[in-house]
Write a protein that binds this ligand. Structure first.
Ligand SMILES: [Zn+2]
Ligand SMILES: [Zn+2]
Length: 403
């Protein structure tokens, strides 16, 4: 490997930038990550990855505009006694160096497995670094680990030319089956897989509130998982047009909520959903917009005895008017969905992406990523202005980091 002392990374600095008086990320020179097992015994279990592509997530947008993750970001920096955080968490890259224990613990010796965790492998990985020791981790529920850290928020992330990541988070990628620009967004696609496997969607009427990237992935999956009717709801007309192209049966455009009662449900949207479901309401609602009003829309649009998937809301308080009558009396079940089940969700994600005959990979590339037009950004040419413009124009953008 070329010996570099510093690399470029997109960062937030709690002292230089400050949470309240700035927005965005700053491209800074940071030290090249190294494996130093003498100083850092845990490096034996880590790898250095040369980044190829890195996806920009809704949570990066939340961090960019300082709308979410304030406590998580600032508290973690304080704990680490530093001020600089490298952002980003969706990635695909090539392993260029492995710690001394990686092969023994994470390398699949099966000759027939074409993808492995070793030097030269292309890998994506889960953004949630779990502890492996807490009760949930020990019973195989690492996605609700009580000591988890999240790349790019509470530990250094992957918007950088090279990164150090624990090997146990990695998922080997076969680029003959999943193109690298799409392998970079395994993580949010996995969110959608997790959300669309939480309840049985076969024959169900489903409303997806929020047709951003993950909502769009969910629509693609719901159609393949046998949902009978998929209704996409969003404020953005262009996103709804794409949702239709991706297989939503119906779309509903809602107004942006007024700031005063930000939790207030949209009566017109609920009425339209009632109309589309013969007065019953949908069997399942999915909250993927991240707004308090959206959660109340979900509750009120769901039939008695139905399910609400709570996914999008990342921060802040929530008011649910008429709680007992809406939820208790009507017998709703609310499911919180966080992250991905590691690696059960990844396995399903890989199968749904690799099977070209189901059309998901092509739909992501051609419709959501617009065939790469305007959606693949050159990391080296990053400017805050052009980045914000791209975030506004497209539901999903991806950095091309190293050639
Ligand atoms: Zn993400
Ligand atoms: Zn844990």
């Amino acid at each position: 490997m070329a010996s570099k002392n510093t690399i470029k990374a997109l960062t937030f600095d709690s002292k230089e930038d400050g949470w309240d008086k700035s927005r965005g990320f700053v491209m800074r020179e940071v030290p090249m990550p190294v494996l130093d097992e003498k100083k850092n015994p845990e490096d034996a279990l880590s790898v250095i990855i040369k980044m190829r592509y890195a996806g920009v997530c809704g949570s990066d947008r939340g961090l960019w505009y300082r709308r979410a993750f304030k406590d998580m970001a600032l508290d973690s920096l304080k704990r680490e006694k530093k001020t600089l955080r490298i952002t980003g968490h969706e990635f695909v890259g090539e392993i260029v160096e492995v710690g001394s224990m990686v092969s023994r613990l994470y390398h699949d010796p099966d000759e027939k497995n074409p993808v492995k965790i070793e030097k030269g492998s292309l890998v994506s990985g889960d953004s949630h670094v779990t502890c492996g020791r807490c009760y949930q981790c020990r019973i195989g529920e690492g996605h609700v680990c009580m000591n988890e850290a999240i790349l790019g928020i509470s530990i250094d992330g992957i918007f950088a030319e090279y990164v150090k990541v624990p090997a146990r988070n990695l998922w080997a990628v076969d680029e003959r089956r999943v193109r690298p620009e799409i392998a970079a967004i395994y993580d949010p696609f996995g969110n959608a897989v997790h959300a669309t496997t939480k309840v049985d969607f076969r024959g169900q009427r489903v409303a997806v509130f929020g047709a951003g990237a993950i909502g769009m992935f969910a629509i693609l999956l719901l159609r393949r998982f046998g949902a009978a009717k998929v209704i996409a709801v969003d404020v953005n007309e262009a996103n709804l047009k794409m949702a239709k192209e991706l297989g939503a049966h119906e779309t509903i455009q809602i107004k942006k909520t007024n700031k005063k009662n930000e939790w207030e449900a949209d009566k017109d949207a609920i009425a339209r959903i009632m109309e589309l479901t013969y007065g019953k309401g949908v069997d399942v609602s999915m909250e993927m917009a991240g707004a308090p009003a959206s959660f109340n829309n979900c509750i009120q649009a769901t039939r008695r005895g139905g399910h609400v998937i709570a996914f999008g809301i990342k921060d802040g308080d929530m008011t649910i008017p008429d709680f007992s009558r809406q939820i208790v009396v009507r017998g709703l079940t609310i499911h919180g969905v966080i992250g991905r089940e590691i690696f059960k969700t990844w396995q399903i994600a890989q199968r749904m992406l690799s099977d070209k005959s189901n059309g998901i990979q092509d739909a992501i590339w051609n419709v959501i990523l617009k065939g790469g037009k305007g959606t693949i950004l050159d990391f080296a040419k990053f400017t805050p202005e052009s980045f914000e413009k791209s975030m506004d124009e497209h539901p999903k953008i991806v950095f091309k980091v190293n050639g």
